[in-house]
Design a protein. Structure first.
Length: 346
């Protein structure tokens, strides 16, 4: 494939889509891939099965779990409360937690949690080694449907480093954010995300679905390419602040457009969130506030991985380019993501 010419993605969209399509087919990808350029007809394909037992194929409109891709939705809901004056970036979360989670340092702020610099102990420590088939939760998963229920999971993890000492990706920090947002916002976290993020953005097929009552258009997550075991016993029955929202390729395109247009939070808040704060060398990316950023380049990224889930959505605001890759296995998306990154570097 020829190199993609600068500022002419529209001219090269077919070649980009073809390259990703070839990689998806060659790797046995199970999921959906979409490429959209402003002013061009969007391209999208589904591959493999959304439900293996019933033989339901993936389609561009399939609803996929996004794992940590939904941290941006949490961050946006929290920043909406900051805009309202309900919270401040400098709000110390102890003032909201009260006696709960006593091992969280009293100096931890909302901004620390948003930027993964809180130093709190993580209930799902991704640096500790992980396999898609592991059972990592202490609580019965059916109990983890609401934010307050996660207190059991979040408790008992000592502070790892002083607040503000450095970047350390922390799933638990985003559940604490959800707890803080729920207690101060006056409504449940899932409703908060709907009213402050999904509704103003115009996302009609994006929500925190329960794993035990998935609608017919949602993909079942599988533990491996050759395994028909689903992830229903491996994840909370309903996602929360650190992950688990479901969405579609069309909704992702709408999300990026709404975000950049300032329809979710004002543009100055978006710019604050997308300002690079940390270089994360292990990921070959930078981090802002709820969003990953390309290490070199203008791209903004949502990314997630979990049992039965791998997800990547890139938006290049300079070129009006959006590429989304969603799979219903933990490792299925990454060959296509790697190919996309290769093309971005040429």
């Amino acid at each position: 494939m020829p190199a993609l010419p600068a500022r002419r993605y529209g001219d090269a969209m077919e070649a980009l889509a073809q390259a990703l399509d070839e990689t998806a087919r060659r790797s046995g990808f199970s999921g959906a891939v979409g490429v959209r350029v402003a002013g061009e007809e969007p391209w999208a394909r589904g591959y493999g099965l959304a439900h293996r037992g019933l033989g339901v194929p993936h389609r561009p409109g399939t609803r996929f779990a996004t794992a940590s891709g939904s941290k941006a939705f949490t961050a946006l809901a929290v920043l909406a409360l900051v805009q309202d004056g309900v919270l401040g970036l400098d709000t110390r979360v102890r003032t909201v937690l009260g006696a709960d989670l006593p091992l969280v340092d009293d100096a931890v702020t909302v901004e620390h949690l948003l930027c993964h610099t809180s130093g709190i102990g993580d209930y799902l420590d991704e640096s500790d080694g992980w396999d898609a088939a592991d059972y990592v939760l202490r609580s019965p998963v059916h109990l983890l449907a609401d934010t307050e229920a996660f207190l059991t999971e979040l408790s008992g993890h000592p502070q790892v480093s002083p607040p503000g000492a450095g970047f350390a990706y922390c799933n638990g920090g985003y559940v604490v954010l959800a707890l803080v947002a729920e207690r101060t916002g006056g409504i449940g976290f899932h409703d908060l995300v709907h009213t402050r993020v999904c509704a103003p953005a115009g996302l009609h097929d994006t929500s925190f679905l329960r794993a035990d009552e998935l609608p017919g258009d949602a993909a079942v997550g599988y533990l491996g390419a050759d395994s028909d075991r689903s992830n229903v016993l491996h994840l909370p029955v309903r996602g929360n602040g650190d992950g688990g929202i479901y969405t579609t390729l069309p909704d992702l395109a709408v999300f990026w457009e709404a975000l950049m247009a300032g329809r979710i939070v004002p543009r100055e808040v978006v710019e604050l969130m997308l300002a690079p704060r940390h270089l994360v060398e292990d990921e070959q990316m930078r981090y802002g506030m709820g969003f990953w950023l390309e290490q070199d380049g203008p791209g903004v990224v949502l990314e997630g991985c979990d049992a039965g889930v791998s997800f990547h959505s890139l938006h290049d605001p300079d070129e009006g380019l959006t590429v989304s890759i969603a799979a219903n296995t933990a490792d299925g998306a990454w060959p296509v993501v790697r190919r996309l990154r290769e093309l971005r570097r040429t």
